[in-house]
Design a binder for this molecule. Structure first.
Ligand SMILES: Cc1ncc(COP(=O)(O)O)c(C=O)c1O
Length: 392
């Protein structure tokens, strides 16, 4: 089947953004054609150029999130790998970690495995809109608590969690704060220092508009690198005379040849975001999202979940249609209207339990910088039509 992108309305930006700015593919093609070499391994000019591109991306990422030190930007495959690095690297049996009831399985699955290994896990429940009360986080702190670990925005409802306030609580109790920035990085201002974030996990392929296979963990200065174990060991191109892992970042955590072509693309996407302005993208998405939320909420038979105010969430609308399964609606949106979205549990069963939408889940429209008012109108038209159908 040949698909013409012109007739598609892509509303799955919360899963991955698409399209990407043309600069991203251009930078990747340029890397493949003109650089290509392994960064930090050999001493020749192409290897040096490749290492320069990787380092420049590190600097751009550090600057973008106001991180204190580019050398503590650790690149990896995605936010999942970054969360695993932070959680498995830091937590030891007998220690306690606090998380929220709106987390993705990229947070919950490593935590549940660590729980089996003797780590104590407290899940602070959120309201039905997905809101987290920082007072309840503070009340859950125990003598053995070492880490607060939450996402900055839910991938199910878009609800923005109070990261700055939780960060202040972490500081006051001498704890570390780990944030999952999968849904916020590039879509909402994230300031590692102002928000008191000690470990910031990000993915390149969503609102940073970079390629898949890029992401990482930014490690703040309060984190003891010697205490935080790497997930893997191997070649780093540094300290090659030794058979043990380097003790310094980023090498301690970056074994194996990196995704340099992906990082070239990520650098281009961050530059594009800086030029376009994250505030400008945010206000575009807030306007579209508000239109979408109001339009969906006005349709008989449609239930919309979350704060229902675009200012308090990322550009997501999660909803159900009374008499229809989300999976069935998703297929029909694709087949009959060319509208692409995500249905089901969105890898976040605990968030759906919080909303009361477990186990069928919801339909999720995820808007991005390239969506238009017309896209939203087409989506509203399709849902009006489907929700208006009579049940048999
Ligand atoms: C909140 C949240 N955390 C983690 C992830 C996992 O992202 P990735 O697949 O890029 O690791 C996602 C992606 O859907 C997400 O939305």
């Amino acid at each position: 089947m040949t698909i013409s992108p012109e007739r598609l309305v892509y509303l799955d930006n919360a899963a991955t953004s698409w399209p990407k700015p043309p600069e991203v593919a251009a930078a990747m093609a340029d890397f493949m054609e003109r650089t290509g070499a392994n960064p930090g391994r050999s001493g020749h000019r192409l290897s040096i150029e490749s290492a320069r591109i990787v380092f420049e991306t590190r600097q751009l990422v550090a600057q973008f999130f106001n991180a204190p030190d580019p050398q503590r930007v650790v690149f990896g495959l995605n936010v999942t790998e970054a969360l695993n690095l932070a959680l498995h690297g830091l937590l030891r049996p007998g220690e306690h970690v606090i998380t929220s009831g709106m987390e993705h399985n990229s947070m919950m699955r490593p935590l549940r495995l660590l729980e089996e290994q003797g780590v104590e896990v407290t899940v602070v429940h959120c309201s039905q809109q997905g809101c987290l009360d920082p007072g309840e986080v503070e009340a859950a702190i125990q003598a053995n608590t070492v880490l607060l670990a939450i996402n900055h925005a839910s991938n199910v409802t878009g609800t923005i969690l109070p990261v700055g306030e939780v960060g202040r609580i972490a500081r006051a109790h001498n704890l570390l704060l780990l944030t999952d920035e999968a849904q916020t990085a590039g879509a909402y201002p994230v300031d590692m220092q102002a928000d008191h974030i000690d470990l910031l996990a990000f993915t390149g392929h969503k609102s940073l508009y970079g390629p898949m296979g890029t992401g990482g963990l930014i490690i703040g200065e309060r984190v003891d690198i010697q205490r935080m174990r790497p997930l893997k060991q191997g070649g780093t191109g540094s300290r090659s005379e030794r058979e043990t892992q380097p003790e310094f970042a980023p090498d301690r955590y970056e074994s194996g040849t990196p995704n340099a072509v992906g990082l070239a693309g990520l650098a281009a996407s961050i530059r594009w975001l800086q030029t376009r302005g994250i505030e400008q993208i945010r206000s575009h998405e807030v306007a579209l999202c508000q239109h979408l939320l109001e339009g969906l909420s006005a349709l008989p038979g449609v239930t919309v979940y979350g704060p229902l105010d675009a200012e308090y969430q990322t550009a997501i609308a999660s909803f159900t249609i009374n008499h229809m399964l989300p999976s069935e609606v998703g297929l029909r949106l694709d087949d009959e209207f060319g509208i692409l979205c995500r249905v089901g549990l969105h890898c976040a069963p605990s968030a759906h339990r919080t909303l009361g939408t477990f186990p069928d889940g919801t339909l999720r429209f995820g808007l991005g910088a390239f969506n238009t008012h017309d896209d939203v109108d087409m989506a509203l038209h399709a849902i009006r039509q489907l929700a208006g159908e009579k049940t048999a």
